[in-house]
Design a protein around this ligand. Sequence first.
Ligand code: PRP
Ligand code: ZN
Length: 300
Amino acid sequence: MIDKKERIKIAIQKSGRLTEHSLELLRQCGLKYTRGRDQLIGFGENMPLDILLVRDDDIPGLVRDDVCDLGIVGLNIVEECRLGYVAAGQAQPFSIARRLDYGHCRLSFGYPEDGPVQSVADLAGRRVATSYPNTVRDYLQRQGIAAEVVEFSGAVEIAPSLGRADAICDLVSTGTTMAANKLREGETILDSEAVIVKTPVALPAEKQAWVDRLLQRIDGVMQVRESKYIMMHAPKSALAEITSLLPGSEAPTVLPLEGRDDKVAVHVVCRETVFWETLENLKSAGASSVLVVPVEKMLA
Ligand code: PRP
Ligand code: ZN
């Protein structure tokens, strides 16, 4: 077994929409790991960190119970579990260390297209099916709507056609599932994305130092995700306009061009998405030979 005291244990989703991206994030943080024979543990080779691949719904509990020090899971699941623990009198079961800006989706109501319920207000005295009973009850209570929450563990979207509910509340990503089941998406009650949760238990100093290091590397990875290094030639006269067109950039580096008095080379790091429109605008402002390259690592 893994040494509980010395090594960080991070739980991630075994198979699902967050799995690949979460493993990729850890790799980008420099982690090299080998899969255990059962494929459910990744042993860190170059960091004192091991990965546990588990069901996403189990992740908040594993972190709360200090079986794992960290977990990567959707905010939707974190929030559902947190509300459950709070209702049971546990105030701080875990903390959210970082939002990770991937795995975006939302928890929304879905109403049968031709049914009598078309908004939350219409739900009074009716039934709503969901896998997120705590979150939905909490929302309905805050809205002052008395509706029955019917708990489904999966296939929530078929509850209305089975006659088990008048509406649903479920995760929506592309909207395909709701549309395929003739449901109209209504109010969103939670915007979700992948987050890192951290145990409420204080860690030994050495372990905490590695957790801090990992979080700092995650910050670095997230910063460069959208970042681009842009190089171009620009007329000296248009320098101010060109600089103002570059999204999320700091002061550009301006370099002379051999044999040219009218033009300079401009190099800059942009920390936001660089769209085609931006490049077209740069060209209109007089820029030429525009080159956009990805940034691999950045340490602020
Ligand atoms: C969610 C949700 C829907 C689907 C919506 O399930 O329960 O079935 O995704 O996505 P769409 O809007 O792109 O069609 P998920 O695949 O996350 O599985 P799980 O909730 O059972 O873990
Ligand atoms: Zn799940």
